[in-house]
Design a protein around this ligand. Structure first.
Ligand SMILES: [Zn+2]
Length: 261
């Protein structure tokens, strides 16, 4: 049986799992700023007006997600991903489950010559990016910082479709903290690289964070081939987060590239 250790602050919150302090902790885990939501008065259409620092959500011209249907083929370097096994540490932010990168893990994108360092990964239900208008049941976002520590981000997106059982997702979803603000540290190892699809073809474009403050400093790399998870596994996440996807944003003047090799 898995031994589970709660960090000190999570243990304190557990005494009052649904109180305002828990909600505040969830927000603090994502950075400062007013509360936002995926539906209702604080939903995506209102994000830009909730705070001056959220302005890009409303007026930005390089926002994410986008529809990935109409791409220009290009010869690009295949992402060089090194995401080794690492102890599983994850938090429920109130908006998603975030898994911390607890070991040195990187993604190289060739052209810029640098290794982007994996910071964490998280989940959306349904997918945020769409392909010719069609969404997938889940999308995983692997968030990488640049070598200098955060001026730019590179996010790898991987779609999940309903299909065969996924052992790696089971390790995560079977232990995910169910209350906002809770964080768990497990003895179990998780290997993020096992969540990569076999084919390494990707869409590339420049966009933004898909949550406030919607900062427009993200190199997006979205794999064209989805991975699979059993319908019950997808439902396990969807049960906690019935809707945590921002609607697609206009591509505008941006170029959407499809690398092939
Ligand atoms: Zn995301």
């Amino acid at each position: 049986m898995q031994r589970r250790r709660f960090l000190a602050h999570a243990a304190a919150l557990a005494a009052c799992p649904l109180c305002a302090a828990a909600a505040g902790a969830a927000r603090a885990a994502e950075g400062a700023g007013p509360a936002w939501a995926y539906e209702g008065a604080r939903g995506p259409a209102a994000w830009g007006g909730l705070a001056p620092s959220y302005g890009a959500c409303g007026s930005g011209e390089r926002q994410s997600p986008v529809d990935l249907g109409n791409a220009t083929p290009a010869m690009l370097a295949t992402p060089d991903v090194d995401w080794p096994a690492m102890p599983l540490v994850m938090a429920n932010t109130g908006h998603t489950i975030v898994v911390d990168a607890t070991a040195y893990a990187t993604m190289g994108l060739g052209a810029d010559g640098q290794d982007w360092r994996l910071k964490s990964f998280h989940f959306h239900h349904p997918s945020e990016h769409t392909v010719e208008g069609r969404a997938f049941p889940l999308e995983i976002h692997f968030v990488h910082e640049d070598a200098e520590g955060g001026r730019g981000l590179a996010v790898a997106g991987i779609f999940v479709r309903s299909g065969s059982f996924n052992p790696t997702l089971e390790t995560i979803f079977s232990a995910m903290p169910r209350e906002p603000g809770l964080r768990v540290t497990l003895d179990t190892l998780v290997t993020p690289a096992l969540l990569l699809p076999e084919q390494r073809e990707t869409w590339r474009y420049h966009g933004s964070l898909t949550t406030p403050p919607c900062t427009e400093s993200v190199r997006w790399v979205v794999y064209t081939q989805p991975i699979e998870a059993a319908a019950e596994q997808i439902q396990a996440f969807a049960g906690l987060f019935p809707m945590n996807a921002r609607p697609v944003q206009p591509l505008g003047r941006r170029h959407l590239l499809l690398d092939f090799f």
